[in-house]
Design a binder for this molecule. Structure first.
Ligand code: BDR
Ligand code: CA
Length: 318
């Protein structure tokens, strides 16, 4: 068996971030070597607290967790999305407080250091606003040369946005950072709403997490409860869109995208109604996916096989 891919996870934990974390901890294909948090669903500090508490429950106090950017590149943190993720970011579930505190480094410093320790093999999985990655690129512009791949949950190519008509939340929360990430010279896989809204978890599958005797897996099932309420009007039933988990599964090779052309993507960084929109050049794709020469951004438009069974199976099998 090949050795697991070292992963730096950048997140705003966050209900679906917690599910993605559970999957990445369980997947034999990857090894999380560090985590940075960013404001998004909740403040970067609270996201770190949630992440530390989850890791302690999972018995993984060995993974460094660094607090990243509180504010974004061109604006201050806006207060999060309590209506989606609960007041504390994890659906209002109160976890036992981990004894350990965050790593003293910033998330950007941690990422740059990990890129040296795992030069050529490090995979970045970014499932929150992209502020920390923009800071890391500024801190060390040679970073992309040491990173094997970047997978981002973010954007909406042909699908509607989820925070504005045009924009997906992670990109909208820091459009300039997303633009910087997409302009850098590295292989990026963008997993936008086009794909993530098509993958959901059922109550029965959540029940399988709840039924697990391990406190960590059970807690992930509990944390999802509030999120299932949020998605009721969208899907007409209690369920959860699998935004961050789908990005995690794609990064770990647990699902192969059915349609994922390499196309140029630009981000609207204006203050107008298109702010945060990811404009993917999908012209001429009617007869099938067509890659643009020299483009290093892959946009996952579709993952055909339902991902939830693999997600649950992997978490439970660990
Ligand atoms: C993304 O925004 C956040 O609310 C979720 O955690 C996910 O990363 C979905 O648009
Ligand atoms: Ca997230």
């Amino acid at each position: 068996m090949t050795s697991p891919i070292p992963v730096y996870l950048d997140c705003d934990t966050g209900v679906d971030d917690a599910v993605a974390l559970a999957y990445l901890l369980a997947s034999p294909a990857v090894e999380i070597v560090g985590i940075g948090t960013v404001s998004g669903n909740i403040s970067a500090a609270q996201a770190a607290r949630n992440t530390l508490d989850l890791l302690t429950l999972a018995g993984r106090d060995d993974i460094p967790v660094a607090v990243g950017a509180h504010d974004h590149l061109d604006h201050a943190y806006g207060g999060g999305a309590a209506w989606v993720h609960g007041e504390n970011g994890i659906g209002g579930v109160v976890l036992p407080r981990a004894e350990r505190e965050p790593d003293p480094r910033t998330a950007a410093q941690l990422l740059v250091e990990l890129s040296h320790a795992h030069a050529g093999t490090l995979h970045i999985v970014a499932i929150g606003p992209l502020t920390n990655l923009a800071h890391a690129l500024e801190l060390d512009p040679t970073l992309p040369a040491r990173v094997d791949a970047v997978t981002v949950m973010g954007g909406a190519a042909l699908a509607p946005g989820n925070i504005t008509p045009a924009a997906e939340a992670n990109v909208y929360n820091d459009p300039q950072a997303a633009a910087a990430l997409l302009a850098a010279d590295w292989d990026v896989t963008l997993v936008p709403l086009d794909a993530t809204m098509e993958h959901t978890m059922s109550e029965e599958q959540r029940g399988m997490l709840l039924a697990d005797p391990r406190p960590f897996v059970h807690a992930v099932g509990e944390i999802l409860d509030h999120y299932f309420d949020f998605y009721l009007p969208t899907y007409g039933e209690r369920t959860s869109a699998l935004h961050d988990p789908l990005a995690a599964v794609v990064a770990a090779g647990g699902a192969t995208p059915a349609r994922a052309p390499r196309v140029p993507v630009v981000v609207d960084v204006s203050q107008g109604p298109g702010r945060g929109q990811t404009i993917a050049d999908l012209r001429g794709q009617r007869l099938g996916a067509r890659d643009h020469d020299g483009v290093r951004i892959r946009v996952v438009l579709e993952v055909a096989t339902p991902v939830a069974p693999h997600l649950i199976e992997t978490i439970l099998a660990h």
